[in-house]
Each structure stands twice: as C-alpha cells, then as structure tokens.
Design a protein around this ligand. Structure first.
Ligand SMILES: [Fe+2]
Length: 152
C-alpha cells in the first residue's frame, strides 16, 4: 500500500476533480468487464472529455501557471502530461486494446500529477500563491451523463 498523500487544502479542488477522473478509469474497466458494446464506452469517454476533462486541463494550466513562481518546468511537464491524454483520446477506437490503453493513460495522468507534480508544487507555495488559489480555484461541478450509465 502506498502512503496516502496529504494535499494542501488550497489544491484540494483539483484533487477532487482527479477523483472524478479516476472514476472514468473505473467506468471503462467495468464496461470492459461487463462486455458492454465498445461504442458506448468510447462515446462516454468522448463526452467526458468535452463535458469535464477539457475544462480541468485548461484550468490546471491557467491557474497553476500563476502560482509556480518561475518553475515553468513544472507547467511544461503538466502540459505534456495533458497532451498525452489528448493524443490517446484522438486515437481511441472501439478495440479492447485501445480502451485499455486509454484507461491506463487516464489513471497514470492523475498519478503523475498527484504523486509528483502536486507534491513538488505544494512544497513551494508562497502565502500569496495560497491566497490566490483560495480565491480563484473552485471545484468544477460534475453532471453525470445519465443517458447511458453502462457501468452500473
Ligand atoms: Fe489534473
């Protein structure tokens, strides 16, 4: 078991969004296990990106760029990580392998941010940065795509 990470409260809205993103991984795994038509799983992934993940990525880059105080390397790694997810989404097909691959990319994107990037970031947050995050960062509301809850 890995040690649970203690997330700075100012960054917790992003971590709660990450939880929602990890749930996407769970839904894909469930869909595959239950042998749901792959089109339905792919459609859900595309919907999730448009409805939630896209905004999460944009907000992360935009808000965190303001608080890294000169550590642009961290933002570059964050953006590269996002690019990997977007690339994997672009090539997503209805083959089982493609869905499994996409699930892996989604989950590892969250792990990298939570275990490495956010850990690094929060160790260097200045009081101004904390105040900025507290006043700017709000958790994005998640509205489930209720038309097809195939993982239930
Ligand atoms: Fe993220």
């Amino acid at each position: 078991m890995s040690r649970p990470l203690k997330r700075h409260p100012a960054l917790q809205p992003f971590s709660r969004e990450h939880h929602q993103i990890l749930l996407l991984g769970f839904k894909i795994r469930q869909g595959l296990k239950k042998e749901i038509e792959p089109e339905r799983i792919v459609n859900y992934c595309l919907w999730f990106y448009k409805a939630y993940l896209k905004v999460h990525f944009e907000k992360e880059v935009q808000i965190l760029s303001k608080v890294v105080s000169g550590n642009s390397d961290l933002i570059a790694r964050l953006a590269a990580n996002h690019q990997k997810v977007k690339g994997s989404l672009k090539t997503l097909t209805t083959s089982e392998n493609s869905l499994k691959q996409f699930e892996k990319v989604i989950v590892s994107h969250v792990r990298l941010e939570e275990r490495i990037l956010f850990e690094e970031l929060q160790s260097k947050l200045t009081p101004d940065a904390i105040q900025y995050l507290e006043s700017t960062l709000k958790e994005q509301n998640f509205r489930e795509h209720l038309q097809d809850v195939f993982w239930h």
